[in-house]
Write a protein that binds this ligand. Structure first.
Ligand code: P6P
Length: 330
């Protein structure tokens, strides 16, 4: 039976306290924007959109034209959703109030419109990540950061779209994790991966080993145990350098993905609010574990919207072994 993401969202939200259709309308803004993005990604090599847009974003990173387009698509489609009061993006230094920020606006959405965009020109998978937060009690429209600076465990929903050999949307509203594959012939996301569970044990570890001399104590002895088969089977290494693609494999096949503290990024490279939090939310919903190397990602109280964190995420077997090697606070 064909189930579209719209049907699935409507079904899910029936179990969602207080959602009166506004939630499914919000999520449809994301599916529309990501369909627009995937159409551009699919022909990036043809429409002279390759190469940088000549600007740099707030991160000081050279902006790819597709970054700019993806950001505008997300901003445009989500600004039209009355239930959203605040929008924030990796590409913008400050959050944006939507035109209709009012008492009826109940949600904030923060996203990375195109993660891994440095891979675009070499046709490697890229992704969009998003995190949906409920407006905190008493938060008004002149303090948008207050809507966003909440620990990841407060997320109402989170997900990503990976633009790979096919375009797959993976999301959770806290009722399990579900994957939808875009059928380009009809332009609909069709349920293809219901109730995803992360295998307790996989066969891949995923880390940029070029930085291993900088890893904190415990990381390398842990990775060496995987390599030597001391957890029962010898692990292989898989690292794409595009977080969404590396996590998508880990979610479906199990194993572990690590972006540890390095010399260049003592606090990790990945962004807490719109990369680590959505990934950690999905991982836990699928039965996995996600830490910063010292604590549960979803417990971290953010202090700024672009702050970074190390991210170690995977199945229970690998993560339990990792936590045995690397001291955690809790
Ligand atoms: P490195 C892409 O630029 C990104 O933000 C993530 O998607 C990816 O996991 C990471 O950086 C790769 O970083 O330092 O291994 O090249």
């Amino acid at each position: 039976m064909i189930v579209t993401v719209q049907q699935h969202i409507l079904h899910d939200q029936k179990q969602f306290p207080g959602a009166s259709g506004e939630f499914s309308w919000l999520l449809s803004g994301i599916t529309l924007a990501t369909k627009m993005v995937q159409a551009r990604v699919r022909r990036a090599g043809l429409s002279d959109i390759l190469g940088d847009a000549g600007d740099t974003n707030v991160q000081g990173e050279v902006q790819q034209k597709l970054d700019v387009y993806a950001n505008e698509a997300m901003m445009h489609c989500l600004s039209a959703r009355g239930s959203i009061g605040v929008l924030a993006s990796e590409e913008n230094e400050h959050p944006r109030l939507t035109a209709h920020c009012s008492p009826e606006a109940h949600y904030a959405v923060i996203f990375d419109p195109l993660d891994g965009s440095s891979n675009i020109d070499v046709n490697v998978s890229v992704g969009t990540t998003f995190s949906i937060l409920r407006r905190p009690e008493g938060a008004d429209c002149d303090d948008p950061e207050q809507w966003l600076l909440q620990p990841g465990k407060k997320q109402v929903a989170a997900g990503y779209v990976v633009y790979g050999s096919s375009t797959i949307l993976v999301y959770s509203v806290g009722l399990g994790v579900h994957g939808f594959t875009l059928d380009p012939s009809v332009g609909a996301f069709i349920l293809s991966h219901p109730n995803i569970k992360m295998p307790a044990k996989g066969k891949y570890y995923s880390v940029n080993e070029a930085y291993r001399d900088d890893f904190p104590p415990g990381y390398n002895p842990f990775i060496d145990r995987l390599r030597k088969g001391e957890l029962g089977t010898k692990y292989a290494s898989r690292y794409i350098g595009s977080m969404v693609a590396d996590f998508h494999r880990t979610l479906l096949k199990g194993g572990i993905f690590l972006y540890p503290p390095t010399a260049d990024h003592a606090d990790g490279k990945l962004r807490l609010l719109y990369e680590a939090n959505p990934i950690a939310f999905l991982a836990e919903q699928a039965g996995g574990i996600a830490t910063s190397g010292s604590r549960r990602v979803l417990d971290i109280q953010p202090t700024s919207i672009h702050q970074r964190t190390p991210l170690i995420v995977g199945g229970t077997t690998e993560m339990t072994e990792f936590i045995r090697h690397v001291r955690h606070e809790d």
